[in-house]
Design a binder for this molecule. Sequence first.
Ligand SMILES: CC(C)(COP(=O)(O)OP(=O)(O)OC[C@H]1O[C@@H](n2cnc3c(N)ncnc32)[C@H](O)[C@@H]1OP(=O)(O)O)[C@@H](O)C(=O)NCCC(=O)NCCS
Length: 208
Amino acid sequence: MDLIPADTRDSAMLGDVEALYVSSFPDGLRAPFSDLFQDDVTVAVIDGAVAGLAVSRDLADTPWVFLRYFAVATRGRGLGTVLWRQLCHRWAAQHRSRVLLDVEDPDEADIDRDEQTLRRRRISFYERLGVQVLPIRDYAPPHQAATHRLRLLAAGTHAASTAPLPAAHLQDIVLAVYRHRYGLPADHPAVHRTLRSSGLLDPERPQV
Ligand SMILES: CC(C)(COP(=O)(O)OP(=O)(O)OC[C@H]1O[C@@H](n2cnc3c(N)ncnc32)[C@H](O)[C@@H]1OP(=O)(O)O)[C@@H](O)C(=O)NCCC(=O)NCCS
C-alpha cells in the first residue's frame, strides 16, 4: 500500500476517491467533497487502484493531528489496520505525537440495533489498534450530523497506550479540537457544556 497526497489535477483519481468517500459515509456525515481539500487528503493506492482515504488536519499550535475521515475500499480484510499503521508512522515522522478523531456514539438513544452494532464494531476496530475512547461527555460539535451524539477518541502515533490521560491533557484536547477542527472558541456554550459534563472546568483558565 502506497500513501500519496490526492492530486487535484488527476480527475480519474479524484473520481475514484469521491466514489469511495460517498460509499463510505452516509449523507448526514458528509461535507461537500470539495471541502475535504481544505485539509490533507491522503489516498492509499494498491496496484494503481484507490484502496483507502484519510482526511486529516494538523491542529494548529498543538503537536496533534485530527483525523476527519478514514475509509477503505474493501472492508474486513485488514486494509484499515494497515492504513492506520502507515498513517501513524507518517504522522510520528512529522512530529505529530497524537491523533484525535470522533465517531458516532453507540449508546445514543433511538438508534436501531443494526446501527448500534455498526458503531460498536467501528469502536472495537479502533480499540484493537490502541485507540482510547476518551472519558468526555456531552461532546457535540456543530456538524452535519448535529442530531448524532459523538465520542472523542485519541491515540499516540508512536505507541499505543492504555494509560488514562490526565485531566489537564483532556481539557487541552477538548479545547484544541473544538477550536481548530470546528472553529469554536473556548467560551462557546458547546465547549463549556462538554468541559462541565466531563468534570474538566478549570477555574484557573479565565477564558472558559
Ligand atoms: C472502519 C474501517 C476503516 C475498518 O477497516 P477494515 O479494513 O474493514 O478493518 P480490518 O479488516 O482491519 O478490521 C476489521 C474490523 O473493522 C471493523 N469493521 C469492519 N467493517 C466495518 C464496517 N462496515 N463499519 C464499521 N466497522 C467495520 C470491525 O471492527 C471489524 O472487526 P469484526 O469483523 O471483528 O467486527 C472500514 O470498515 C471502513 O472503511 N468503514 C467505512 C468508513 C468508516 O466507518 N470509517 C470510520 C469512521 S471515520
